[in-house]
Ligand binder design. Structure first.
Ligand code: ZN
Ligand code: ZN
Length: 356
């Protein structure tokens, strides 16, 4: 945590502010280790404060030893103001993409004499590169999904509803140590496969259908994210062909991951394969996204993302083809950027379309 705090203190200089208020839960957790649902950080050049109420005092002491704990009741603003004045801090940053207009108005009213400075992504930029501890937690979240997938293949059968399958999958993950699901699982069978975000429904899965499942586990706050497909019965030619194209695109994306290239290069590598096969119009989303304390974070893996990949970044590669009235296929792995290229953390096989 000390390294992360130091990173933030360097960023204060770069953003030209005296201190930063951090309220977004995943940023708060990243910088302090605090997992309570109510709390606020204030970090200046050489001090870090954690404001929380009576319910979380003991937890905060234990989780955030590098922070000075300030217990608050209804006096949060007064206590922040007092500290700012005491330490002679004038220009304070707040998270512009998290603080509501109402909270901002309140800050402005209560922190008189302090200049409030809108700041975007100051902690998110630090979170882009994962340290060893984070990489291990992410790997654990990925392992849980890998294990759950091999079990779910033996449970899935025609006649089962998508929702039932999603529920079973979550149950297996929880049993294997997940603290929760990373998002509402997508289970899209048959024609529903054309919906890139087709959350599991009451629809029964039928013989002859191709099923797309997008799922993930949370482990110690870190998210995994994987998409795989299976067939109920033997695939027809078109199902096999579309699967092969998406697989080729996904592997081209993985292949393109290396330090020093803009994220857009990875997107284009996958996108070009799909375009070459004539399905450009049927791949309407970015190739992937960063993943960590949030299910979607930087870097975006999209055609115009110039952010340059660095070792320690973790991203998904998930191209897909969606054909209205027919269905769809998407394949998604989590990839760690290393000095020598992309290392796929997901172990679930993808070379064959599983048949049940
Ligand atoms: Zn996903
Ligand atoms: Zn994803």
């Amino acid at each position: 945590m000390k390294d992360r705090l130091r990173g933030m203190q360097q960023s204060l200089k770069r953003f030209n502010i005296d201190a930063m208020l951090v309220n977004k839960p995943e940023n708060r957790r990243y910088l302090s280790g605090f997992t309570g649902t109510a709390g606020s950080l204030m970090i200046d050049n050489n001090k870090a404060y954690l404001f929380t109420d009576f319910r979380y005092v003991e937890q905060a002491k234990e989780q955030s030893p590098d922070f000075t704990l300030v217990q608050i009741g209804n006096d949060y603003y007064q206590k922040v103001l007092h500290l700012l004045q005491q330490r002679g801090l004038k220009k304070i940053g707040f998270e512009t993409d998290f603080v509501t207009h109402e909270s901002f108005a309140k800050l402005q009213q209560e922190l008189s004499g302090i200049q409030l400075f809108p700041v975007k992504n100051i902690t998110e930029e630090l979170r882009l590169v994962k340290d060893m501890e984070e990489q291990q937690l992410l790997q654990k979240a990925v392992d849980i999904v890998d294990q759950a997938w091999s079990e779910i293949l033996s449970i899935a059968k025609p006649g089962m509803t998508e929702e039932k399958l999603a529920l079973e999958l979550e149950f297996i993950m929880r049993r294997k140590g997940a603290e929760g699901r990373a998002f509402d699982f997508i289970v899209a069978s048959g024609e529903r496969g054309a919906l890139p975000h087709g959350v599991a429904s009451q629809k029964e899965m039928k013989p002859g259908e191709l099923v797309t499942i997008d799922c993930g586990a949370v482990y110690n706050g870190y998210h995994s994210d994987m998409t795989r497909n299976f067939m109920l019965g033997k695939p027809n030619q078109k199902q096999q062909d579309i699967y092969n194209i998406v697989l080729e695109a996904q592997m081209a994306g993985v292949e393109a991951v290396r330090p020093g290239v803009p994220a857009a290069t990875v997107d284009l590598a996958a996108r070009n394969v799909i375009e070459r096969h004539g399905y450009a119009q049927n791949f309407g989303h970015g190739t992937g996204h960063g993943v960590g304390l949030a299910i979607h974070e930087g870097p975006r893996v999209s055609f115009n993302e110039q952010l340059v990949l660095q070792p320690g970044m973790v991203l998904t590669i998930e191209p897909g083809i969606y054909l209205p009235g027919w269905g769809g296929v998407r394949i998604e792995d989590i990839v760690l950027v290393t000095e020598s290229g992309g290392r796929v953390l997901t172990k679930t096989p993808k070379n064959q379309l599983p048949v049940i």
